[in-house]
Design a protein around this ligand. Structure first.
Ligand code: KMH
Ligand code: ZN
Length: 279
């Protein structure tokens, strides 16, 4: 009998742009390290990997060649779906953020608004958002709308009116970034109530909120993003030895709750990713 909430999609955010070796020795930097971590996460139950690029010294980059090496290394190892970040790191130009998209990942992120990001500003003006949305549309890449604050839902819907995005959308609620929307269950409930019927959604809780919000999303019928981009701890004072350990935690909770883990084909169908999105 199929579960009424449907299969759970776990996205592993294995690298990010901000988590450094000074924070945890387990964050991958090179394409091979990122791909190995993607393989471990897939083995643990993740169906998608959210990718940022790093130089060998760990500094963030959206360089096309780096992303090509990452994509190839992942595809050599595993069938996991690959989602490119178009957010990159604060301060990057929009051109830099989207230069790798012609590699045609399965999915790519689209943040639909500007937000404080710690002491920095993650800048996404309407013209910048339109530029990214137009590129995704031209390449036929399914967007994941990154929502750090409520207005980003409204802006995504505005872009639907403008013909740059299409309903139904897939949203990812990123909660707990200092300066953005807090990681409370109340905020999650509000955001879920605020998206159009027929949308799909996931939650990415930052820091110690990652696993509690993931568990809540499992029970609500949403999907989940975990990984060292958002949180480096397995529990208080204990570093996760890789994003895969956080994926394992989510899988365990989902099994306890009785919700099945999505296969790659199920994830493609739930997220409406066309099946021919390959390199
Ligand atoms: N690194 C953040 C400034 C995304 O991947 O699309 C932006 C970010 C969002 O991580
Ligand atoms: Zn990211």
């Amino acid at each position: 009998m199929s579960d009424p909430l449907g299969a759970l999609i776990i996205t592993a955010a294995v690298v990010g742009a901000e988590t450094m070796r000074e924070h945890t020795p387990y964050v991958p930097y090179t394409p091979e390290e990122i791909a190995e971590e993607a393989r471990r996460c897939r083995q643990a139950g993740a169906t998608m990997v959210h990718v940022h690029g790093r130089r060998d010294d760990g500094s963030p980059t959206q360089d096309r060649d780096t992303f090509a090496r990452i994509l190839t290394a992942i595809r050599e190892r595993t069938d996991i779906l690959v989602q490119f970040s178009t957010g990159g790191a604060v301060g990057m130009s929009v051109e830099e953020r989207i230069e790798a998209l012609d590699l045609r990942p399965d999915m790519a992120t689209l943040t639909t608004g500007t937000v404080n990001f710690g002491d920095d500003v993650f800048l996404n003006s309407l013209p910048m958002i339109r530029t990214i949305a137009r590129r995704l549309r031209a390449l036929g890449i399914r967007p994941e709308i990154e929502v750090f604050d409520t207005a980003m839902i409204d802006t995504a819907l505005r872009l639907c009116d403008e013909g740059l995005l299409e309903l139904p959308l897939h949203f990812d609620f990123v909660l707990g970034v200092p300066g953005a929307m807090g990681a409370s269950e109340r905020n999650l409930n509000f955001l879920v109530e605020s998206i159009p019927d027929g949308s799909t959604w996931s939650v990415a809780g930052v820091g110690r909120y990652e696993l509690p919000l993931a568990y809540r999303a499992i029970e609500m019928g949403g999907h989940v993003r975990v990984g060292l981009e958002d949180n480096i701890y397995l529990k208080k004072g204990v570093l996760a030895e890789g994003s895969y350990q956080l994926v394992e935690r989510v899988v365990r909770h989902s099994e306890k709750f009785g919700r099945p883990i999505a296969t790659v084909d199920e994830a493609r169908s739930i997220l409406r990713i066309s099946p021919d999105r390959t390199l």
